[in-house]
Design a protein around this ligand. Structure first.
Ligand SMILES: NCc1[nH]cc(CCC(=O)O)c1CC(=O)O
Length: 303
């Protein structure tokens, strides 16, 4: 390595810092000769917290500024929650490594109620995700879904302060922040299918930086990469950039990949679900084929 010090671009939230430090530790373990440091960046998604995510609307709200730091040379690599990283990749950046995935499921948090199904009629549940909102309403059309913004700790504070009956968050974030004590119920896939890339990290560097690409390849976990490749291709083919309530979960075992996906309308009135499978090495193809299945059934009209 010609460079003695590697700079990792990350957001400043506690979760983002944990994730960047996790990557830093993995790099330090594998390459003790290299110094690694963090470059902390503020993203639009962190600054604009008074408006619903859907309204701000642009993709890459949490990732663009962090990518910019890599593009203009302030950092050598960037660590993102893969869930937040648009499926349309920047032409000058490469998704150099996807490390082993953490917990994929969502969690239900509630100070008053023991399960999601035990919520009283018209209970107030907070989330800013279209996917979570639609799936909640599909199961419980009576629920009042309220928008919530801010980082994980802020949302948990609001849950307790603002008379909310429940909150949905990713288990992965809560585990990383040592907040599993806040989890009331881990939601099964049937109730709340996870987002594309949920629980996984994406590490980007400049596409024309072979030294860093090779170094980062040591962090790669192949089954995770195959799973998220299938999920991301599914979303890429279906979405074409607009936000729709969509969930997808791939699993890889013994070289086989199964991909299950769900598309809903905004109010969860209609839900379409289907699964596909194939050789894990054909992950991308499994993703596009499943997306085609949804397109053939007129899912665009649903959206
Ligand atoms: N958009 C917010 C975000 N992005 C990644 C995570 C948690 C980690 C993950 O799901 O991979 C979260 C918080 C949440 O959804 O609860």
């Amino acid at each position: 390595m010609a460079r003695r010090t590697l700079r990792i671009a990350t957001r400043k939230s506690r979760l983002a810092l944990w994730q960047a430090e996790h990557v830093l530790r993995m790099l330090a373990d594998r390459h003790p000769e290299i110094e690694v440091e963090l470059v902390k960046i503020v993203s639009t998604g962190d600054v604009v917290t008074d408006r619903p995510l859907v309204e701000i609307g642009s993709v890459g709200l949490f990732t663009k500024e962090v990518q910019d730091a890599v593009l203009d040379g302030r950092a050598d690599l960037a660590v993102h929650s893969l869930k937040d990283l648009p499926t349309q990749t920047h032409p000058e950046l490469a998704l150099a490594a996807v490390p082993e995935r953490g917990t994929v499921e969502d969690a239900f948090l509630s100070p008053k109620h023991e399960t999601l199904d035990a919520l009283p009629p018209e209970a107030k549940v907070a989330t800013s995700s279209l996917r979570r909102r639609a799936q909640l309403l599909h199961r419980r059309p009576d629920l009042r879904i309220v928008d919530i913004r801010g980082n994980v700790e802020t949302r948990i504070r609001k849950l307790h302060e603002e008379e909310l009956d429940g909150l949905i968050l990713a288990c992965a974030g809560l585990e990383r922040l040592g907040l599993t004590g806040e989890i009331t119920q881990r939601l099964p896939e049937e109730t709340m299918m996870s987002a594309v890339g949920q629980g996984a990290l994406g590490i980007e560097c400049r596409a024309d930086d072979p030294e860093i690409l090779e170094l980062l390849s040591t962090l790669e976990d192949q089954p995770t990469r195959q799973a998220v490749d299938a999920e991301r291709r599914f979303m890429f083919v279906l979405e074409g950039g607009c936000h729709v309530p969509l969930a997808a979960r791939a699993r890889v075992a013994q070289g086989r990949l199964t991909l299950r996906a769900r598309v809903l309308d905004a109010d969860g009135t209609q839900q379409l679900e289907h699964a596909g499978e194939g050789d894990a090495e054909q992950a991308v193809q499994v993703g596009s084929e499943l997306a085609e299945w949804f397109l053939e059934r007129g899912v665009q009209d649903l959206l």
